[in-house]
Design a protein around this ligand. Sequence first.
Ligand code: BTN
Length: 318
Amino acid sequence: MREKIIETILNNQDEFISGEELSKQLGISRAAVWKHIKVLKEQGYNIESVNKKGYKLVKKPDDLLTYNNICHELDTNFMGRKIEHFDTICSTNDYAKSIASESLDGTIIISEEQTKGKGRLGRQWHSKISEGIWMSAILKPNISPYKAPFITLIAGASIVSALNKLGVNSQIKWPNDIIINNKKVAGILTELSAEIERINYIVLGIGINVKTMEFSQEISEIATSLYKENYRISRVDIVRSIIVEFERLYLDYINKGLKESTLKICREYSAIIGKEIYILQGDSKELVKCIDINDQGNLVIKDNSDKTREIMSGEVSI
Ligand code: BTN
């Protein structure tokens, strides 16, 4: 309801809208309107209330990752047409999976905090309140399940492209880490529900450290945030930009079978092409030279017996 109130006030442009008009349009009592406005003010919305005139929105809390902040005048076909915003949640990926079957393609779940944020390989993902972007998108592409890993590359390309458009010098560490100055600033966790021939849904989880200044001891050497790297950018602008970039690359792939737009970004902003890297598989750690990302999105490497090999999944370290 609060989202609806904001939308109605926003649609009224710079004019006041009376409490009576709001209660009529939204089908709630004037007392309920007043209560919602009070909470919105507490959340940081600057709403001017003038006796006999009503309410006017002077300023939104710029940094809250709500539907209204993100999607006002956002020109996408399906990504983010529905956004569920939480103050706190266990994991946006877990919640997204629980509602995926009944949800629209492109639905986005965002929370200011996660109490059980998940990283890859069963790791924990620290997700403190309002320090980052903790979001998951529900996708229902009509493609074979074996094509799903490419969606992770699309996500990586859209994050790096969005960040670079906002002035951040970031790179992709194939397949799903975004790094700045050799430290991880964002990660992607893609989860799939599928049958042999078809995908039921994909939950694409994105975690971006934005304002975090202190990391726990185990990750302080390898993790960073945008603020730590002196990039003070609004979380809303980042999310908006990622949604737009993602939809463009995703539709290229799903509707036109085009991978080139994504691969171009993955190659151009690669943190590992041309470098010596470690391939981590289970307990083994192999030093190789990274040559390229091929047209399938796989990593092409040269091993220490000078043999060229293709790596389809896994983890790399620099
Ligand atoms: C990784 O690099 O290990 C992947 C991290 C993914 C974290 C995001 S935060 C939003 C979404 N919900 C989760 O529980 N995890 C992902």
